[in-house]
Ligand binder design. Structure first.
Ligand code: GAL
Length: 636
């Protein structure tokens, strides 16, 4: 382990904190007393508790969960508040996480389910006068200059946790950002391991569809030769949605036959829902005592921290899984102050003793845990709209109703800092370029998701772009074995499969629009653009599509493809694309060498691809080797 982790307890921590519900850590946790860390101050007041930590003038701060509007938070006030409509760099997020990592070899996780506020750099009044920074005596009129964050040596990070009179801080030291982030993920129990099919393409059907239209969509995917593993059904599958009954509606009179037919075509099925339980739900009455004080859309809000609620909900969902459902999209477990305030108030009381603020921070993670229980050992990769701290082990990917390309790319870059996965989903498009650029980003993210929930037709048909779309979806399938290995590393070592460049390359501390996919460098081009400037870390890189050789530095690139770079000495396993993954799929693999690969090693993971705890073998390949294995056929 290249990082060390210490737990320091300040005051009296609250009862309801993320670690209470998390799996066991997969790394040693050392305990330190606050006295051994004099640099950190702690105090309690009627406002809650407060800690300060010193920063240097150069400290950069990354993390805080799924942040769509900022990369380096230095100088910002970050309020880790759950919000489904995060439109500024305030810290509000579908999935805020009180964890950050710096560029200076340390990171910090505050184990709280409160809307903690991190003031990321302010100066303390030390009682001594100090000379102004060089250059600040001149009269400034430029507002950007006037309001810019000052980064003096006396700067501190201030963390305020409302209501709490104490907190456990987990302090992680490591050589690189990647070491620290990986240690945070191991503290959570390690990253999730999706099924192989979960890394294929997802298509969510129009919410109005009846079963025959879903089947037509399935046939269209196969007849158009568009690779797709999973079809999602949106609210219309329920007899009542908003709130949900979890009972099939009259639109799906033969739902079992439909599931069987889809399975025969090689499709998995994923059902949309939220947890707000409608009176028409079969377990409604039994859920009443396990639910919060307030209704949402006339539905109960189950308190999933209670074994009774978890058992009722998961055993019911198990019957859906037994019928052939492979996952669920867990919507609206975030809540918003800006779009109608439809969720429960922060002061709501829950039967476990939690209040609404705490439950907002734990809702998604506990909901994911409940659904995971319903699935048993069957793996899934599903979607969710809220997660919190220590959520890496849950195979759920975040998504949003927001749709700005820049926000979506920032989400891809940032999510890996905090044990989260993010889907920059494709919905409608304003033009062919918009469609293609968005789909490229989606295909090179953790979750290749097309969410056509309000579209009767596949979104590319109006642009006559089926051929281009097929090419991108097939490309995704080519990377499946590679991505599966990346997820295995997430699961065992905590290394995020998709992450910011600065995780691996310290010099990339200002690069917020490129990222690593496995170990490949991706620099997406925005809609309506033909090219962009790409920064490559020191060393030699090769363009994936044209094999062109690049040195580290900035390059002007123009291409219809997504700019994708492979590091010198990489033996890349590329699969012949399949339309979907079956339990017995065998991938035909080409080992593509980039540069001198005489010492290169390529790893592939072989297991049953779909069951937790299945026997697993790491296959190590070198150039020119063609060992026999069940899951892969290495091409000569
Ligand atoms: C939204 C969700 C969308 C879609 C829609 C269906 O809350 O973000 O992706 O599922 O509900 O009503």
């Amino acid at each position: 382990m290249k990082a060390t982790l210490c737990k320091i307890t300040y005051g009296t921590p609250e009862d309801f904190v993320p670690s209470r519900f998390a799996p066991s850590p997969k790394l040693p946790v050392r305990t330190l007393s606050p006295d051994s860390v004099p640099e950190i101050t702690f105090s309690v007041s009627l406002r809650g508790c407060r800690l300060t930590l010193p920063l240097t003038a150069q400290t950069k701060i990354y993390g805080f969960g799924l942040q769509l509007n900022a990369f380096d938070h230095r100088g910002n006030k970050v309020t880790c508040r759950v919000n489904a409509d995060p439109r500024s760099a305030s810290g509000d997020s579908h999935a805020p996480v009180p964890f950050f990592v710096t560029n200076e070899g340390w990171g910090l996780y505050a184990d709280t389910a409160r809307s903690a506020v991190f003031q990321c750099g302010s100066d303390l009044n030390t009682g001594r006068s100090s000379l102004p920074e060089t250059g600040e005596t001149a009269v400034m009129t430029d507002t950007a200059e006037l309001y810019r964050a000052r980064t003096s040596e006396a700067s501190v990070l201030t963390l305020e946790i409302p209501f709490a009179s104490g907190v456990d801080l987990y302090f992680i030291k490591g050589d690189t950002v990647l070491d620290i982030v990986s240690a945070y993920n191991l503290l959570a129990g390690g990253g999730c391991m999706p099924p192989l099919w979960g890394l294929g393409n997802f298509y969510r059907c129009c919410g109005q569809f009846r079963e025959e239209q879903v089947l037509e969509t399935a046939d269209d995917f196969r007849s158009l030769d568009l690779p797709c593993d999973t079809l999602g059904l949106e609210p219309g599958w329920h007899s009542h949605s908003y709130s949900c009954s979890f009972v099939w509606s009259e639109r799906f009179p033969h739902h079992k036959a439909m599931l069987d037919r889809l399975a025969a075509l090689g499709f998995k099925v994923n059902l949309w829902e939220h947890a707000f339980t409608n009176p028409a739900a079969p377990f409604y009455d039994k859920m009443i005592p396990f639910s919060g004080e307030y209704l949402v859309w006339n539905g109960l809000v189950p308190d999933f921290s209670l074994p009774g609620a978890e058992e009722l909900f998961s055993s019911y969902h198990k019957t859906l899984c037994d019928e052939g459902v492979s996952g669920f999209k867990l919507d609206e477990c975030d809540g918003s102050d800006f779009t109608g305030g439809w969720s429960f108030p922060d002061c709501a009381r829950f039967p476990s003793g939690m209040d609404g603020e705490q439950y907002h921070h734990l809702f998604g993670t506990l909901y994911a845990r409940t659904i995971k229980k319903a699935l048993g050992s069957r793996r899934t990769l599903s979607e969710i709209r809220n997660l919190g701290a220590l959520a890496a082990p849950y195979p759920f990917v975040l998504y949003s109703d927001l749709y700005d390309f820049g926000n979506f790319l920032t989400g891809v870059v940032n999510s890996g800092f905090s044990g989260l996965l993010w889907a920059p989903e494709l919905r409608h498009a304003a033009s062919k370029s918009d469609l293609i650029r968005r789909l490229q980003l989606t295909a090179f993210s953790a979750h290749s998701l097309i969410n056509a929930w309000y579209m009767e037709k596949m979104p590319w048909l109006e642009f006559d772009a089926t051929d281009e779309v097929r090419r991108i979806l097939r490309l995704r399938m080519s990377f499946l074995p590679y991505l599966y290995t990346a997820f295995y590393d997430y699961h065992t070592e905590g290394k995020p499969p998709v992450r910011a460049l600065v995780c691996d390359y310290p010099d990339a501390d200002g690069i917020s629009d490129e990222y690593l996919f496995g170990d490949l460098l991706v620099a997406p081009i925005a809609p309506e653009q033909d090219g962009r400037e790409v920064w490559l870390p020191d060393g030699v890189w090769y363009g994936f599509f044209d094999g062109r050789r690049y040195e580290g530095g900035v390059h002007s690139v123009s291409t219809n493809d997504i700019p994708l770079y492979v590091k010198e000495g990489t033996l890349l396993p590329l699969a012949d694309p399949v339309s979907h993954v079956d339990p017995d799929t065998v991938f035909d693999i080409t080992l593509l060498p980039f540069g001198d690969c005489s010492d290169a090693v390529c790893r592939l993971i072989e297991d049953d691809g779909m069951t937790d705890g299945a026997d697993c073998r790491v296959i190590t390949l070198r150039q020119g080797e063609h060992p026999a294995c069940k899951r892969y056929r290495i091409k000569p």
